[in-house]
Design a protein around this ligand. Structure first.
Ligand SMILES: [Zn+2]
Length: 884
């Protein structure tokens, strides 16, 4: 699956959106770091051990028949499980959670005795057979039941917003425009909440699903749609069948009112079930999907293995879920053409599609090896990105960000090997190790093997384990059988042990010998307080780049490796680990001149990025000479419009040293009192030019940077940018215009609020900017949108920002904002939660403290979110203090 909260980019984006009034520009960089305080004295005990579950039965098929009670949010089910015992038995067990079971019978109709223990975790439905059945003999048992678990977002699981089992979506007093839908969530072991079966991943079986629903609802499920039967009572019964065996948690159902957007890949139908009034946008969003099926089919050498592929878009989903041949997706991923100028949903679609091979065709045998699903889907999404957007963009967007994702977990003290039996609970495994760190390891493996052996190994792994549960050893053996090379060391070092190398590299050029010497020290230390296995010294091939030529060297697993290279003159660029393949920390001291040269001339975009980051550090250091600081600023400024990678151009802008301290940047986001930085004429002119960059994300970043000056001389530039096609440029320009307090701002922003657009993007941009502007005239607009229940919660919570800034002293303001905030908290609406906190800072009513206390209690297990809440709380306390 692809939970929203696990995608760093998405969650960082969501928060940064709030913080900086929608600069998507800053999405790539963590705005604040919350350093991990290591408690050295305490030994961190291993979490509990989890072994693969034993089975007494082999399930062959489940056949599910459902009707629904929308009012009670229950399903009436009759599920027939066909199975064979592993040994002679006269009773067996199924997993069935929170059910009211009315009858159990044989296929003949003969009733069977049963015992149901709703409190037990596994094996809680005991079925007493009519006689002893032999090992291997087929038994078909029908269970009739009513579900009783009401699936709400579940704060107890890390994948909270998916909840467990069947979710009923209905219009409510708060959201009268919600469509009616039912969707299921099976991963990890939650399908037991809507049908009884063996509900752990180490068993494969086929499935059938019949569901009867009122017209005009459609039922989407796995495999092939064999029949839609019209019934006399204005209902229809949909009959889906999946003939290829697969694991239990991938069975799914979606009920909703849909229009189909159909595609095709070599005769395999692709169906996108979108909202009836969104077919144009659905078609635009999914336009690359057939190309993705082609890419994964051809690259893996295993043609898409199921009779159809569908994507169904639903409300309130946690992200995407790779249900077999029938992915379920969050509805917010649908974009119109304009939104796709800034961002598309190809990454999420490629991730879930890649799972059809990695996760569905082969499935992790147990949750301790979930990387076999998630790291592969994450890396293969990256491989599609590389094919579509080029190698350089892939390095920046995937290789680097996967490593960053891992380091964010590591730096917060979340440390474990990728593969382990020691974990507190199943859901806890869906973390930065399962997704980005494993993807970063797959990238190292691909580099180690080379393209041909990598793809041959992938093909062999899939073919030799087709339609079966797998373990990490199966993958290692597939690579070894393909290449002949022992991969024990690689798997041991990167997957079964935790940690990464910390390198200290020094270079020395000998003029007489015409020789470059590179000393490479590994300075990482075993953490004696952590019981997980760790690597003392790493081994690997490493690409050393010398003046844009690559030298391959072997790093031996020892404290120091020394390499010499013949070179007619002192090299201008020496880059350790070209293209940033290794998961590592690197200390490699260079002079300002060396770094500036590398920043301007390295062919490797990650080399240029590394040099830029080193230059930024030098620029911030008090020990750096003033002349060097000037050189650095000049080099960075000049690169804003010269750098070829748009991602790096954006990063140069957002990371530009401006002399502001971070606190005043935070204060600046709340508008009023913070001093604005002054930019040099050169920087101003570079940013003004970049505001016309061909890439909208760069344009938005440039405008957001200029906005920090609050200088009215740019008001015309911002006004013009309100006419840009890109929503992110308009987001940035509207906020920028508000910060200038230019006399024309109010009218222009009010107009933006009333301009119709996809998902109210322009309305939201206008409302957000009006809350920055703080013009009294905006209060009525704010109130109007804030209490209009036909508006989305994002629009309403944004409008509350105006009530906060323009409605100080108005008795309606606090209760409105606080109630809206509490609803958002209840419903896990992150954007609205953080919009609410920002509003409460602005309003500076002391009663707002309760909101921060509630947020801290809710996010207690999520240190990064707590960090943001605490930061806002500090801002809130300051605001109250100012008022007194
Ligand atoms: Zn996934």
């Amino acid at each position: 699956m692809s939970p929203k909260s696990f995608s760093l980019k998405v969650s960082a984006f969501c928060l940064v959106f709030v913080l900086s009034f929608s600069q998507m520009t800053a999405a790539a960089r963590p705005l604040f770091e919350f350093p991990f305080q290591q408690d050295d004295a305490k030994i961190k005990k291993l979490p509990r051990v989890n072994y693969v579950r034993s089975r007494t039965i082999d399930v062959k098929n489940v056949s599910i028949d459902l009707r629904f009670d929308w009012d009670k949010e229950q399903a009436f089910g009759a599920t027939t499980v066909t199975l064979a015992p592993f040994k002679d038995l006269d009773k067996f067990y199924l997993d069935a959670a929170a059910m009211n079971i009315s009858a159990v019978s044989l296929a003949s109709g003969a009733a069977l005795k049963f015992n149901y223990d709703a409190k037990k975790e596994d094996d809680n439905l005991e079925i007493i057979l009519d006689r002893t059945y032999k090992r291997g003999e087929d038994i078909a048992v029908k269970v009739e039941y009513r579900t009783s678990y009401v699936n709400k977002a579940d704060a107890e699981t890390a994948i909270g917003s998916f909840g467990r089992g069947l979710r009923f979506i209905k219009p409510t007093a708060e959201n009268p425009n919600k469509p009616r839908q039912i969707w299921s969530q099976g991963e990890t072991e939650f399908n037991r909440y809507w049908f009884p079966s063996y509900d752990s991943p180490n068993d494969f079986r086929t499935s059938e699903l019949r569901a009867t629903v009122e017209k005009p609802f459609t039922v989407v499920s796995n495999g092939k749609l064999l029949e839609v039967k019209e019934n006399a009572d204005n209902t229809r019964t949909f009959y889906w069948k999946m003939d290829t065996p697969y694991t239990n948690y991938l069975t799914s159902i979606v009920v909703g009112e849909y229009a189909e957007v159909k595609q095709d890949y070599e005769g395999i139908p692709i169906v996108n079930y979108g909202y009836v009034n969104e077919t144009k946008e659905v078609a635009a969003t999914v336009k690359n999907l057939p190309d993705m099926l082609k890419f994964f089919s051809e690259k893996t050498g295993v043609k898409y293995p199921y009779p159809k592929y569908s994507q169904t878009f639903v409300e309130d989903f946690g992200g995407g879920m790779e249900n077999i041949s029938a992915t379920t997706m969050i509805e917010e991923m649908i974009h119109d053409e304009r939104e796709m100028l800034d961002e598309d949903s190809d990454s999420l679609q490629a991730h879930e599609l890649a799972h059809q091979w990695f996760g569905d065709y082969v499935t992790t045998r147990d949750w301790g090896q979930i990387w076999l699903n998630e790291s592969f889907a994450t890396y293969f999404d990256g491989l599609y990105h590389e094919y579509k957007k080029g190698h350089e963009d892939f390095l920046f967007n995937n290789v680097r960000s996967n490593q960053q994702g891992y380091f964010s977990a590591w730096n917060q003290g979340n440390r474990r090997p990728i593969v382990t039996k020691y974990y507190p609970n199943k859901d806890a495994m869906f973390d930065q190790y399962a997704y980005p760190r494993g993807a970063a390891v797959l990238h190292m493996l691909r580099k180690h093997l080379g393209e041909e052996n990598w793809w041959r190994s992938i093909n062999h792994y899939l073919k030799s384990n087709a339609n079966q549960p797998v373990s990490t050893e199966d993958f290692r053996i597939a690579v070894e059988e393909t290449t002949g090379e022992s991969m024990d060391w690689f798997f041991d070092q990167w997957l079964f042990k935790m940690g990464h190398p910390i390198f200290e590299v020094t270079q020395n050029y000998d003029d007489a010998k015409k020789q470059l010497t590179l000393s490479v020290k590994q300075t990482q230390k075993i953490d004696a307080t952590n019981e997980f296995p760790q690597v003392e010294f790493f081994q690997s091939w490493i690409d050393v780049e010398i003046d844009n030529k690559i030298e391959k060297v072997w790093l031996k697993p020892q404290a120091e490796n020394v390499y010499t290279f013949a070179s007619a003159a002192k090299p201008l660029i020496v880059s350790f680990d070209n293209e940033g393949t290794l998961i590592k920390e690197l200390k490699f001291n260079k002079s300002t001149d060396e770094l500036v040269f590398q920043f301007q001339n390295d062919k490797d975009v990650l080399g240029r990025l590394w040099a830029m980051e080193e230059l930024a550090k030098q620029s911030a250091a008090t020990t750096t000479a003033a002349t060097d600081k000037t050189k650095i600023i000049n080099a960075l400024t000049n690169a804003i419009n010269k750098e070829t990678s748009w991602r790096l151009r954006r990063q140069i802008i957002t990371d530009m040293p401006t002399g502001e301290n971070p606190q005043s940047q935070i204060d600046g986001m709340f508008g009023d009192n913070a001093p604005a930085p002054k930019f040099s004429a050169e920087l101003t002119s570079a940013l003004t030019a970049a505001a016309k960059d061909q890439n909208p994300n760069v344009r938005a970043a440039a405008i957001a940077m200029l906005a920090r000056t609050k200088d009215a001389q740019f008001a015309n530039l911002y006004s013009a940018a309100l006419g840009d096609q890109s929503y992110s440029v308009i987001d940035a320009a509207s906020a920028a215009l508000a910060l200038t307090k230019d006399g024309r701002a109010y009218d222009q922003l009010a107009k933006l609020v009333n301009t119709p657009s996809w998902k109210n993007r322009l309305t939201i941009a206008g409302l957000r900017a009006l809350s920055v502007l703080g013009d009294k005239r905006a209060l009525d607009t704010g109130l109007k949108f804030a209490i209009d229940k036909t508006q989305t919660s994002n629009v309403r919570s944004t409008a509350l920002g105006i009530v906060a800034s323009s409605g100080k002293g108005d008795p309606r303001a606090f209760p409105l904002i606080f109630e809206g905030y509490k609803k958002a908290l209840e419903n896990n609406e992150y954007q609205s939660i953080f919009n609410g906190l920002v509003s409460l800072v602005r309003l500076a009513n002391p009663r707002g403290q309760e909101a921060f206390d509630l947020a801290k209690a809710k996010f207690k297990a999520q240190p990064q979110l707590i960090g943001y809440v605490t930061m806002f709380e500090g801002q809130f306390k300051k605001a109250i203090g100012n008022k007194k």
